[in-house]
Ligand binder design. Structure first.
Ligand code: NAD
Ligand code: WQD
Length: 335
């Protein structure tokens, strides 16, 4: 298939492009490089042997986005482009709604105009909010989101569902990612945080690289194995492979499916820290702080639907996730 990948030079998008190419698909990337660099295109080529077509285009710029549709006959779209920082979304909500909602609507309107019927959308476990019992199941539906970023994901899910109800020839798979970490085993692509990382593993990586003094562990008084927060970390390459299965599923079905992508296992902050210490061979300094507002104690996926519908099961374990993150961090430090 010829697939438009919005946000394809970003963290998850770049790994997905590698897996799409490996599965014989043709990839066209649209990204405005707000949170990524054009050099990622060369890295994708180095890993996969194929240089994807690239348009430096903002999805908010509908006129230029339309040119991409005029120049290419797409079979499908994987939509990653968006802003993703939870804290920032609280401070500048309109910017988040504009980019993540108005940008998405531009894209969906062009898909309709050019009859591109198959879509995979990047949603998040954050749409479950704090309303449900773990493991989170897709059938729970949408919970109460606690920040504008999460609300943009929830709204996109609703928009896509309504859009496909109105046109029964459309097909979409909405993937709810849990906590993607790690990097490609080549060490060439991975997550490059913009500023001070909010997420656990990028923060640990910067402590290991000497850019931060210590990890701040946000609370150790939760009702968990060691009191620290538990999450379902998934290797970004596993997540990328899930996209290949999801877009192939979308192309051979109609309607809308919401599917969790996680491992189904939870690890605490301290367990991740220990796994990272094993990967880098040194102790990582940390200090226990108060709980971070808005955090929940435990979050992990029910992965039954991904297995049943997509035949997807995550392969990498937490040690491999940390080892690959560490390799990428070492390469970044050399640049
Ligand atoms: P990322 O920031 O690395 O990638 C997003 C890409 O989109 C970037 O390259 C950025 O430059 C581009 N972009 C942003 N706004 C754009 C616009 N208006 N026009 C064109 N390009 C634009 O983020 P990621 O971690 O790869 O996340 C990809 C998607 O997955 C996002 O939608 C994110 O919300 C979602 N998601 C991420 C996580 C996570 O933990 N990383 C978890 C759940 C869902
Ligand atoms: C994981 C655990 C923290 C940083 C967020 C978004 C979610 C999704 C993934 C996009 C928690 C603890 C963290 C630190 C810490 N993104 N922690 N010290 O909060 O599960 O999810 O990213 O969709 O929407 O909310 O991920 O990596 O921030 O936190 O102790 O410096 O690590 O308290 O228990 P989270 P995270």
């Amino acid at each position: 298939m010829k697939i438009l990948v919005t946000g394809g030079t970003g963290y998850i998008g770049s790994h997905t492009c590698v897996e799409l190419i490996a599965s014989g698909h043709e990839v066209v990337i649209v990204d405005n490089l707000y949170n990524s660099s054009a050099d990622v295109i060369n890295k994708i080529e180095k890993i996969s042997g194929v240089k994807p077509a690239f348009y430096q285009t903002d999805i908010l710029d509908k006129e230029n986005l339309e040119k991409v549709f005029q120049e290419n006959k797409f079979d499908a779209v994987i939509h990653f482009a968006g802003y993703k920082a939870v804290g920032e979304s609280v401070a500048i909500p309109l910017t988040y709604y504009e980019n993540n909602i108005a940008g998405s609507i531009n894209l969906y309107q062009l898909m309709k105009k050019y009859q591109v019927r198959n879509l995979v959308f990047s949603s998040s476990a954050t749409v479950y909010g704090d309303d449900f019992e773990v493991p989170f199941k897709e059938e729970y539906g949408l919970g109460t989101t606690t920040n504008p970023y999460g609300t943009t994901k929830k709204m996109n899910e609703m928009i896509i569902t309504d859009m496909n109800k109105a046109d029964e020839n459309n097909s979409a798979v909405i993937l709810r990612y849990f906590n993607p970490i790690g990097a490609h085993e080549s060490g060439l692509i991975g997550e490059v945080p913009n500023g001070i990382p909010n997420n656990l593993v990028p923060y640990i990586a910067q402590v290991v690289a000497g850019q931060r003094d210590f990890l701040r562990v946000w609370g150790n008084d939760y009702d968990t194995v060691d009191g620290t927060g538990v999450r379902d970390y998934i290797h970004v390459v596993d997540l990328a492979k899930a996209h290949v299965k999801a877009i192939e599923y979308a192309a051979s079905h109609k309607g809308t499916e919401v599917i969790n992508v996680g491992t189904g296992k939870g690890y605490s902050v301290m367990q991740v820290l220990k796994a990272y210490e094993k990967a880098c061979g040194k102790q990582i300094p940390y200090k226990v702080m108060d709980r971070r507002p808005g955090d929940i104690a435990v979050c992990y996926a029910d992965t039954t639907k991904a297995e049943k519908l997509l035949g997807f099961k995550a392969q990498y374990d937490i040690d491999e996730m940390c080892a690959d993150s560490y390799r990428f961090t070492c390469n970044l430090a050399k640049q």
